[in-house]
Design a binder for this molecule. Structure first.
Ligand code: ASP
Ligand code: MG
Length: 424
């Protein structure tokens, strides 16, 4: 029993869907669960639609039409026979959204968000399942909401692992003994069966939950890169594929911001010792990366860049030391404003952190901190994290940069920096 996960880029148009189907054909496995995200950038579009509806914008129905057109263009390319039942099925899925949009937006925004945005995955999986069947690969469409059970935290549903495991064991395991199944990433449901989502880019996490509860032999995430690379090709002209990576290093890299896999994906796999393969849907014969229990250090230093950072420095007003009480007070304010600390350093009379510049959140946080502390901040900064650093790698990334903060542990070095001469 194995699990495959395909993201939005791997189903962004008709040719991509055909490519996905050929991957399934070639690696033909019977006991396979395929977890799929919304097509292309449809989740962003559905977010726009949700906002337009909530704020009563004029373009609400235009956005809906745009989303519809996108899916029907793909359908028309995949199916010559327009009387195929999938056309009706997709049309009906949109009717449900139309009903919702015709009502006043009186429900909580996060609840509305989940009801609308979740259809991206419903649509993509219905289309892919129908096309697989048309191409002679018999497969069953299953609704992930019957399996992934969450609490009522809309937009960031917390998984109820016990209930989820029971449903999967009872109803999915027997089905997978007979057939390939296609299901959605990213979505789940509450105990009252209202749709929830697990947070943006959560399909990898869904695939890990399914893999864990199914005791899968492996999870493969199909991406548009040849595997896990030692840096994002956006930053470096030359990158290297890492053939094997430990769960530990994978968790560290994703925690610091490597976007190749969702950070929550690793833990459920590690707990059950399920290997995670990252492979390219553009080059399915390529070796990719395996993430498993090995404990070899990475063969090369890895770099993770985050831009648009704010460095916040906090000082007690009376020049007293930063002591435990201050720290717990400061951390509780970060927690209250849901601001994630990317790196931090404290000295006798100051505490500095680098955070993503989420303007509104940061403004409120600084206001709150300023009640008890003196606060200074610098924005427009870059944070680079180097895993398995050495002096050469540090020099390489800091050419023409002014360094504002440098934090080193045994294997990881983090540097907050700005282009030379640009410090405000
Ligand atoms: N479609 C969702 C998103 O774009 C989930 C995912 O792609 O993982 O956030
Ligand atoms: Mg997506």
């Amino acid at each position: 029993m194995e699990v495959y996960k395909f993201g939005g880029a791997s189903v962004s148009n008709a040719n991509a869907v055909k490519n996905l189907v050929s991957i399934i054909q070639n690696t033909h496995k019977n006991n396979l669960l395929i977890v799929i995200s919304a097509m292309g950038k449809m989740t962003n579009k559905l977010e726009e639609l949700t906002n337009a509806y909530i704020f009563g914008q004029d373009n609400t129905y235009d956005l809906l039409e745009e989303i519809k057109a996108y899916h029907f263009i793909i359908l028309n390319e995949l199916f010559d026979d327009h009387s195929h039942p999938v056309f009706n099925d997709i049309a009906n899925t949109f009717v449900e959204i139309e009903w919702l949009l015709d009502e006043e937006p009186n429900d909580a925004p996060d609840y509305i968000y989940d009801q609308i945005v979740s259809i991206g995955e419903i649509l993509s999986t219905k289309i892919v399942a129908a096309y697989l069947n048309k191409e002679g690969i018999s497969s069953t469409w299953v609704d992930a909401r019957n399996f992934i059970k969450t609490d009522n935290s809309y937009k960031e549903g917390k998984v109820d692992w016990k209930k989820t495991a029971v449903e999967i064991e009872k109803h999915l395991v027997p089905l997978l003994e007979k057939s390939i199944a296609i299901t959605q990433g990213f979505i789940g449901s509450t105990s009252e069966n209202f749709t929830t989502t697990l947070g943006r880019e959560g399909s990898d996490y869904s695939a890990a939950i399914f893999s864990s509860c199914l005791d899968a032999a492996a999870l493969t995430i199909w991406k548009d890169v040849p595997g896990v690379l030692n840096a994002d090709p956006k930053w470096f002209a030359k990158t290297e594929r890492i053939p094997q990576l430990s769960y530990h290093d994978a968790i560290e890299l994703t925690y610091y911001g490597a976007t190749v896999i969702h950070p929550k994906t690793i833990k459920p796999l590690q707990n059950k010792n399920i290997p995670l393969y990252v492979r390219s849907f553009l080059d399915p014969a390529g070796e990719g990366t395996v993430i498993n229990n090995g404990n070899n250090p990475l063969p090369v230093a890895s770099f993770i860049f985050k831009v648009n950072q704010v460095l916040i420095s906090i000082f007690p007003k009376d020049f007293s030391f930063i002591i435990e009480e201050n720290l717990s007070d400061i951390f509780s304010l970060f927690h209250k404003h849901k601001v994630k600390v990317n790196t931090m350093l404290n000295s006798a009379i100051s505490f500095s952190v680098s955070v993503d510049n989420d303007t509104e959140k940061i403004k409120n946080l600084i206001e709150d901190l300023s009640i008890l502390y003196k606060v200074k901040y610098n924005n427009g900064l870059e944070l680079v994290t180097i895993r398995y650093y050495n002096q050469e790698t540090i020099e390489r990334v800091t050419v023409d940069k002014d360094i504002l903060l440098e934090v080193k542990s045994r294997h990881t070095c983090q540097i907050v920096m700005k282009d030379k001469g640009n410090i405000e």
